[in-house]
Design a binder for this molecule. Structure first.
Ligand SMILES: [Zn+2]
Length: 813
């Protein structure tokens, strides 16, 4: 799902103890931040190894679907039937199966609806940070609309029949789950077939905020207007049955997404004959549903290096003016996918371009975008291009794009992913002259959301993590990669995806660890998207370096492609393949709410005493001279009050010698000192005296709790700078304060910690030694203005006429 939608969310505060806080291991307040995670992670077994790889007995179920569905446009309803083939690859005998009935979430009596506490999210009340307990609660117009829609519409599934083995199967609905009791137990290695007839009324996406739904366009020329239908979570589908949890049957509350099995799909979709359908899979009957011209254009697209219109803007505009009572049936086939979604409308413009990625998995991918005129002229320029850019970047980090089709469809959903198809929301604005324009923010939204949602086809559509439990496993990994792709697209667009951009969240109070169950996460956007993405960027650029990180990340992707990883599998693989112990990193970034705030507090310059009185006494005399002259003495001298200066004719021995005068007594002591030393001690001392190096002791403290490498920029008297990168392990015996000795030929003048803002350090001012004059505190107030700059629709504003005073007008006043 898109960060753009979910960043709007926030929820109630929870107190979460750290995973191992229960057992005190130390005396005082010392905490072992490098303690190994093994006791927290699940015990390895034959299904998952201790190295984070699928074990030698790894298994997963296979569930295939043949679905026949009909969109009844005028009443916005889906009616369908499906035949499900369930193959039991587990070592267990199953007497019943659990299915997901996601549409039941929209019932008025659903757990999601009843357990929605007021003010939990921005749609239902003010943001957590803005809440004022003394003020009366407020309700948003969005929430009024949602309440009204649910009151007016019959929502949730009608399950008309469940049949198998020649008769009806007993089935029991439990909220968004349905248990189907099998006619006979399903032994390991066996498959069973059964059928379900179902129907439901499609929800209005803008009213209820679903991950699918219809959007109505009342202004269209056609009488009664038109709709775009985005159809997902639409057929009863199997819950996953896994080696680590058995049935992953947790109620769908709206936040935690889907835990699904791979399988093969044959889907027939019947829609009004003037609709275009975009769906998971490859279209099987172009001759039935496309015109000759459209089929010819599709062939051209397979050879083109620019998007080719299959349906032009003019044709789409013409098409949306009328309607039809006729229907056509579109057939799609998709192999080895974990879900199936589709979109249908008579409003769609359609462009396509082949992406020749090479390799033997899927040498050619057909890339397609579907959008109404309301997305132009933005979509035809950037949607298909962004899909191709995504595949280029993601494949480099993981594996070749695994499917024959990749699609971006515009509709009411801000951003949502399904295998081979994504729903993306950006639109343009119609101006008085009929022209459509957009702001830079909307352009960033389009490119960003397309990258993000297409990226999900890798994670979690192919690397099939358990979204219902762990949002970060798909959103965090995907946000990391979409940031990589965004920064490679155009670094001048303010993507706000780097570690420096997560600082405000890291120091905020509204936090739970990343390792928190999806539905309980506070502020989902920064928690499950931004923070894990920042953590992975830091892991790549700062901790491991690109070479080790990229090897390990590719290894994780390769191991779990078309399989089901858990968090432990990710943590273990990254550590195992990079060769670097990262338990402290996972512990700090994923299991705690600590933040980074390292400070350089003091720098000492040490000078080696030679012990030779002829050298050291003279140095001490000089040090004494270097001290500032006493103000009292200076004024007394000015007033000619000093006796010794007024009586220079009286002199003695101490006018020629001071307390630093060396005598043979000290020289003899020095000789005795040398005689007592071992030969190697004399050699070391002599060499040190000869080299006369500078010894600096740097003192650091840790105010945020997270242990991190000390990235030091050292500036010398000759103005040259040098980077010194000290591993996080320096904090292993004292996590609050450490010292570091630096021996150098040069004179040190300045130290800056993390000068490039790599680590999300929340206070960069205490990173400077000596402290600097803080360049600009006004910066903090500039941000809203920056945002306003991005949101300007310059395409429109540029046409604004300059207002000039008409002659004579002034005289009237
Ligand atoms: Zn997402």
């Amino acid at each position: 799902m898109s960060r753009y939608i979910t960043w709007l969310f926030c929820a109630a505060i929870l107190a979460v103890p750290t995973a191992d806080a229960a057992i005190r291991q130390t005396k005082g307040d010392f905490e072992d931040k490098f303690r190994q995670l093994e006791e927290v992670l699940p015990t390895a077994n034959a299904f998952r190894t201790a190295g984070g790889e699928p074990g030698h007995e790894y298994w997963q179920q296979k569930v295939s679907y043949d679905i026949d569905a009909r969109l009844i446009e005028n009443i916005r309803r889906i009616e369908g039937s499906e035949r499900i083939t369930y193959t039991n690859n587990s070592p267990d005998t199953l007497r019943f199966l659990w299915l997901q009935l996601d549409q039941n979430k929209f019932r008025k009596d659903s757990m999601a609806e009843l357990s929605q506490s007021f003010g939990d999210s921005s749609r239902r009340g003010p943001k957590l940070e803005d809440r004022n307990e003394d003020k009366a609660p407020q309700i948003s117009i969005d929430e009024l609309r949602r309440q009204q829609f649910l009151a007016d519409t019959d929502t949730g599934y009608e399950i008309i029949s469940v049949r198998g083995g020649g008769g009806d199967l007993v089935h029991t609905i439990v909220g968004t789950l349905m248990r189907v009791d099998l006619a006979r137990p399903l032994a390991p290695g066996q498959a069973v077939e059964f059928s379900i007839e179902f129907a439901f009324n499609i929800v209005e996406e803008d009213a209820v905020w679903a991950r699918a739904g219809y959007e109505h366009f009342p202004e269209d020329a056609r009488e009664g207007g038109n709709d775009i239908f985005l159809v997902a979570q639409w057929f009863p589908r199997l819950h996953a049955y896994t080696d680590y949890e058995g049935w992953t049957n947790k109620e769908f509350l709206g936040r935690g997404e889907f835990t699904l099995e791979f399988g093969d799909y044959n889907v027939e979709i019947t829609v009004p004959a003037d609709h275009l359908v975009s769906a998971t899979g490859v279209m099987q009957n172009p001759d039935d549903v496309l015109s000759r011209t459209q089929r010819k254009r599709l062939e051209e697209a397979a050879k083109a290096d620019q998007p080719v219109f299959i349906v032009t803007p003019e044709e789409a505009l013409e098409n949306e003016k009328e309607g039809t009572r006729k229907t056509t049936t579109w057939r799609f086939k998709a192999d080895n996918v974990r879900d199936f979604a589709w979109a249908s409308s008579r409003k769609f413009i359609w462009d396509a371009q082949a992406y020749h990625q090479g390799g033997d998995v899927q040498p050619m991918v057909m890339v397609m975008s579907f959008y109404p005129k309301e997305g132009e002229p933005l979509w035809s320029k950037y949607s298909t291009a962004a899909v191709i850019h995504t595949m280029k970047v993601y494949s480099r980090f993981s594996f070749d794009y695994p499917y024959p089709v990749a699609q971006s469809v515009n509709g009411p959903v801000g951003g949502m992913e399904y295998p081979m198809i994504t729903f993306n929301g950006p639109r343009t604005d119609e101006q008085d002259d009929g022209e459509r324009t957009y702001s830079q923010a909307e352009k960033r939204f389009l490119v960003g959301v397309v990258i993000h949602e297409i990226g999900h086809i890798y994670f979690p559509m192919t690397v099939n993590s358990d979204e219902r439990q762990w949002t970060w496993m798909d959103e965090g990994l995907n946000s990391f990669l979409d940031a990589m792709a965004g920064l490679e697209w155009d670094p001048d667009i303010p993507w706000k995806v780097e570690p420096r951009d997560i600082v405000d969240y890291m120091k905020s109070e509204y936090q739970v660890p990343i390792m928190t169950q999806s539905d309980s996460v506070l502020r989902l956007g920064p928690n499950a998207y931004g923070k894990p993405a920042a953590a992975l960027m830091i892991l790549r650029e700062t901790i491991l370096g690109r070479e080790l990180f990229d090897f390990a990340f590719r290894e994780y992707s390769r191991r779990w492609r078309f399989k089901r990883p858990t968090p432990a599998d990710f943590f273990r693989t990254m550590e195992e393949a990079s060769g670097v112990d990262l338990d402290w990193f996972w512990r700090g970034w994923f299991y705690s709410t600590d933040h980074v705030d390292l400070s350089i507090d003091r720098v000492w310059k040490l000078r080696l005493d030679t012990r030779d009185p002829d050298i050291d006494f003279e140095r001490r005399r000089q040090e004494e001279k270097d001290k500032p002259v006493s103000l009292i003495v200076e004024r007394n001298r000015a007033e000619r009050k000093l006796w010794v200066e007024n009586n220079t004719d009286i002199r003695d021995f101490y006018d020629e010698n001071d307390r630093f005068t060396v005598t043979n007594k000290e020289r003899n002591e020095y000789r005795e000192f040398l005689e007592d030393l071992e030969d190697w001690e004399v050699a070391a001392l002599e060499r040190a005296v000869a080299e006369d190096k500078h010894y600096y002791v740097l003192e650091f403290s840790n105010h945020g709790g997270l242990v991190m490498p000390l990235l030091l920029q050292l500036t010398y008297a000759d103005e040259e700078t040098e980077m010194m990168r000290i591993p996080a392990e320096i904090w292993r015996r004292n996590t609050k304060a450490v010292k570091k000795l630096i021996v150098t030929d040069r004179e040190l003048t300045q130290v800056v910690v993390d000068p490039r803002w790599e680590t999300a350090d929340v206070d960069v001012e205490n990173n400077h030694y000596p402290r600097r004059i803080i360049p600009s505190r006004i910066e903090a107030f500039k941000n809203p203005e920056d945002e306003a700059l991005e949101k300007r629709d310059i395409m429109q504003d540029i046409k604004t006429e300059l207002k000039v005073e008409k002659e004579g007008e002034k005289e009237k006043e």
